[in-house]
Design a protein around this ligand. Structure first.
Ligand SMILES: O=C(O)COP(=O)(O)O
Ligand SMILES: [Mg+2]
Length: 227
């Protein structure tokens, strides 16, 4: 990544959570399927849920209720959505760290960047309450000076607001900032915020290759950031 910053480390690295640091789909699928079962609907399964993660919990629930990747124009009824969302929150709260695991190299990379005095932030679309719980569970808190969830601000990724906010709070300009994520939302948010973006190939990008969104760097393993 240093090649993107004139041979230096960036001053600020913003990480996405789901699909970038944490393989969270097994537990998200568990909660979605428990929600669907409670509503008398057929289960979706991990394979389909994998394509539905990345735009926040509300959108995940909408996709699960409609079975559609893009439910815009086919919105579920509000009472149904409210009930389903409530059930999802309840179930995910009980299982969010059951099968989820950090990807290989995560702690090594965060430790190396911290040692190099790079400022780090976590910018996820996951609701903040679950984000906080998972960060505690996986001992991630000490690495990040700022954590933003999908419900922390008025907009979430792909809107640039959370990235711009993290930069402002950290006192670092876009030209010295790198976003690291797994989906088109991360890439689009970074491009709109004017910072560089590295995309991992192993995460959840709605079944599309990340290259389609032209990130500045594509990596198969997080450790490539520090090599
Ligand atoms: O949609 C989600 O909740 C996951 O969000 P993230 O990939 O931004 O961490
Ligand atoms: Mg992600």
């Amino acid at each position: 990544m240093k090649e993107l910053f004139k041979g230096e480390f960036p001053r600020l690295v913003l990480f996405d959570l789901d699909g970038t640091l944490l393989d969270s789909v097994p537990d998200l699928a568990l909660a979605v399927d428990r929600m669907l079962a409670a509503m008398g609907m057929p289960e979706a399964g991990e394979g389909r849920v994998r394509n539905w993660v990345g735009n926040g919990a509300q959108m995940l629930v909408k996709r699960a209720l409609t079975g559609l990747d893009s439910p815009v124009g086919n919105e579920p009824e509000l009472v149904l959505l409210d009930r389903a969302y409530e059930l999802f929150l309840e179930h995910y709260g009980t299982c969010c760290s059951e099968k989820s695991r950090l990807y290989p190299g995560v702690i090594e990379v965060l430790t190396a960047l911290q040692a190099a005095q790079v400022n780090m932030g976590l910018v996820t679309n996951k609701p903040l309450s679950f984000t906080d719980a998972l960060m505690g569970e996986f001992s991630l808190n000490d690495y990040f000076s700022i954590t933003l969830g999908g419900d922390s601000l008025a907009e979430k990724k792909p809107h640039p607001l959370p990235l711009l906010h993290a930069m402002e709070v950290s006192g670092v300009s876009p030209e010295h900032t790198l976003m690291v994520g797994d989906s088109r939302s991360d890439i689009k948010a970074a491009q709109a915020a004017g910072c560089k973006v590295a995309a991992v190939t192993y995460g959840y990008n709605h079944g599309e290759p990340v290259a389609r969104y032209a990130p500045d760097l594509i990596i198969d393993n997080l450790k490539e950031l520090i090599n």
